[in-house]
Write a protein that binds this ligand. Structure first.
Ligand code: MLT
Ligand code: MN
Ligand code: ZN
Length: 298
């Protein structure tokens, strides 16, 4: 058995173009010179019939419309059996509101992320008894979809942006930011759209993986500051950058991972421009730049 992965959205929160952004990439995407990308989501399946959606982005309506494998198979029959969220950020939970309409599915998350949803009564639109909220303990395997086993594990991260207090710890290890291990047959695939740091423990876990979808938010840590778009670095946002001595390309160098695919790219990231020097450099380091609609069998 293999794992089918479909990149529903390759961009980070905001998407490409972002509604209020006049940066070079956003302008190029608006004028059709580079491909637009929707917000962070990956669909996975082991049998090609039952799918799990990993993170429900605000763009999920158009993402599903563009993915025939995820279309209804009957009047109210959906091939999506579950949705899993890896943190409580808006780009990963707002799409849950689109998934109302009394449709049954399992909603998987840690208890901490479920409590973020419970604190926001708007999510009660996903009715109890229709959508089953399943609390998943870290490092405990469960069936995510037919034939597809998943395990959630802590990765360094932070609380959702809208819950930040005055002091923010950006490398918290706990239930607020998780990675997902997916297994089916001999395939072992990881989905980690947000990660502040590649710890030794994480390195050991990922060794020998069939494939990895990993946090590609920024090319360099001060990219948004240099572009004049704000004061936040990647580190402050809980994301490790691609380039540099402490970047993900260097951190994964020498690690045995079959396919390495960047996802969750911020709209400022130069790898989103086909033919850019940065994209070529990332590809030379063995990475694929994720794109909306990309389908991979692993
Ligand atoms: C992030 O990944 O840093 C968040 O999606 C930021 C946000 O919620 O806009
Ligand atoms: Mn995000
Ligand atoms: Zn922009």
């Amino acid at each position: 058995m293999t794992i089918r992965a479909h990149v529903l959205g390759a961009a980070a929160g905001g998407g490409l173009p972002q509604w209020n952004c006049g940066c070079e990439n956003c302008n190029l995407a608006r004028t059709g010179h580079i491909p637009a990308q929707t917000q962070s989501s990956l669909a996975v399946s082991a049998d090609g019939h039952n799918w799990a959606v990993l993170n429900a982005s605000p763009d999920i309506r158009t993402q599903l419309a563009a993915a025939p494998a995820l279309h209804p198979t009957g009047l109210r029959d959906m091939p999506i059996s579950s949705v899993l969220v890896t943190n409580g950020d808006i780009d990963h939970i707002a799409g849950l509101l689109t998934l109302r309409e009394m449709q049954r599915f399992d909603l998987f998350a840690t208890s901490e992320i479920h409590s973020v949803l419970q604190q926001n009564p708007i999510f009660d639109a996903l009715r109890q008894g229709v959508v089953e909220r399943c609390q998943i303990a870290l490092d405990t395997s469960f069936e995510l979809a037919c034939g597809l086993t998943a395990t959630l594990f802590a990765v360094p991260g932070k609380v959702p942006l809208f819950m930040e207090g005055d002091e923010v710890q950006t490398d918290l290890m706990g239930e607020q930011t998780v990675g997902v291990e997916l297994t089916a047959g001999a395939s072992r695939v990881y989905y980690i759209p947000g990660c502040a740091q590649l710890t030794d423990g994480l390195r050991a876990r990922l060794q020998g993986a069939t494939a990895l979808f990993f946090d590609g938010t920024l090319w360099r840590d001060d990219e948004m500051v240099v572009a004049g778009l704000g004061h936040k670095t990647g580190k402050r946002m809980g994301h490790m950058s691609m380039s540099g001595a402490d970047g993900s390309m260097a951190a994964f160098d020498g690690l045995d991972v079959g396919r390495k695919i960047y996802v969750h790219m911020n709209n400022t990231n130069p790898v989103l421009r086909p033919g850019s020097a940065e994209k070529i450099e990332a590809e030379a380091a063995g990475w694929t730049i994720g794109q909306d609609g990309m389908e991979i069998t692993l």
